[in-house]
Design a protein around this ligand. Structure first.
Ligand code: CO
Length: 134
């Protein structure tokens, strides 16, 4: 049986990075590990690690990305929860067998070799869930 190991990250969509950092970094006291542009995703991402997990703040840098459309439609807020699993193929197979609606039926592979796939919010209590295998 595949297992969920831990929460890997929680992604929050923001419209103003300075304003977001004034809360998450300055008021709450989380460390800002990295702030970088991700041209492939047309976004700027801030990584704030915490005990093996991370809060990721994502700000769209163009109006035509999926994340920009999400922000325009729903405003700033929680975008997705990412769970690390030990065997993503087996987990997707198990979810499919249980009738869970998947956005990615097969894992996708990121530039750094991580495998990931998204589960549709309709099957996950309204939350967009990302699975990671590192
Ligand atoms: Co993510």
């Amino acid at each position: 049986m595949p297992h969920v190991k831990q929460i890997n990250h929680v992604a929050v969509v923001v419209d103003d990075m300075d304003k977001a950092l004034s809360f998450w970094r300055d008021a709450l006291g989380l460390d800002l590990h990295e702030l970088r542009d991700v041209p492939a995703e047309k976004s700027q991402v801030a990584f704030l690690p915490l005990h093996g997990a991370e809060v990721e703040l994502v700000r769209p840098t163009s109006d035509d990305s999926g994340i920009a459309k999400y922000l325009a439609k729903r405003g700033a807020g929680l975008h997705h929860l990412c769970l690390e699993v030990d065997d993503i193929e087996a987990m997707l197979k198990q979810l499919k067998a249980k009738g869970v609606r998947l956005i990615n039926e097969e894992p996708r592979v990121a530039a750094d070799g991580k495998k990931y796939a998204f589960i549709h919010p309709e099957s996950a209590s309204g939350v967009l869930v990302e699975l990671y295998q590192i």
